[in-house]
Design a binder for this molecule. Structure first.
Ligand code: Z5A
Length: 211
């Protein structure tokens, strides 16, 4: 029986998920809540290996179906070995991305059939759904400026998925909006184009329902 709460953060690249998750983690810990932070793809040894393949394989990049199956394999491992045991022991789990990313990126972005995705995703994650999903929404040009700034500061390069192009990112954002419209109780859309403090205030307003 699930006892902890499961909160996911979603949005396009550079929308500020990691920044807000760190704040929420500190905030919950101060309140005495036991918290586990994870990310997708990743969060277990196997899933982190899959992450490397998904983000960096340039010589033999996965085709769209292989990409989907790799994301789902990583998720299956993370849910079974990390997320479900944590929730069952009363720990709150904060995840940087989860199933909605699959629907947005592989469904709306790559154009794979959404019905097939839903069935395959339910199989992979044992039908686990977040209690609350915070969709951090920013226009692609704002996200892109943040990413370029970060690349400069950390001397890194865009990965395979980040290089997908403007049209892909437009479809992706529309996809996230459609998902939020379909499940407005679970998915709260937050305007994430303001300062980190402004976004945090909006995150807190959404959390009131759970805390
Ligand atoms: N993917 C998929 O296709 N299908 C799936 O099922 C799943 C994932 C699960 C994972 O990449 C990739 O996998 C991702 C989706 C795909 N696509 N790509 N590319 P990742 O985990 O490496 O990266 P990401 O999830 O896209 O997140 P990110 O790039 O690390 O960004 P973020 O966590 O949302 O933002 P951040 O790190 O908090 O902030 C980015 C920068 O902006 C940083 O320098 C901050 O200091 C700055 N920042 C943050 N907030 C603000 C505000 N409010 N104002 C100004 N600057 C800010």
């Amino acid at each position: 029986m699930k006892k902890g709460r499961f909160i996911t953060f979603e949005g396009g690249e550079g929308c500020g998920k990691s920044t807000q998750i760190k704040r929420l983690e500190s905030y919950l810990k101060e309140k005495g809540v036991e918290v586990l932070v994870t990310r997708e793809p990743g969060g277990t040894r196997l899933a982190e290996l899959i992450r490397g393949l998904l983000k960096d394989e340039k010589d033999d990049p996965p085709c769209d179906r292989a990409e989907l199956l790799l994301f789902l394999a990583a998720r299956a491992q993370l849910v079974k070995n990390v997320i479900l045991p944590a929730l069952e022991s009363g720990v709150w789990v904060l995840s940087d991305r989860f199933s909605d990313s699959t629907f947005a990126y592989q469904g709306y972005g790559r154009g794979l059939d959404l019905e097939i995705l839903k069935i395959a995703n339910d199989f992979a994650c044992d039908s686990l759904k977040p209690d609350l999903t915070l969709l951090l929404d920013v226009p692609p040009e704002v996200a892109s400026a943040r990413m370029r700034k970060r690349e400069k500061e950390t001397n890194t390069e865009a990965d395979r998925i980040e290089l997908a192009g403007d049209e892909f990112h437009r479809k992706l954002r529309e996809g996230f909006h459609a998902l939020a419209a379909d499940e407005s109780d679970r998915i709260h859309t937050i305007d994430a184009s303001g300062t980190p403090d402004e976004v945090w205030e909006a995150v807190c307003r959404s959390l009131k329902r759970l805390i």
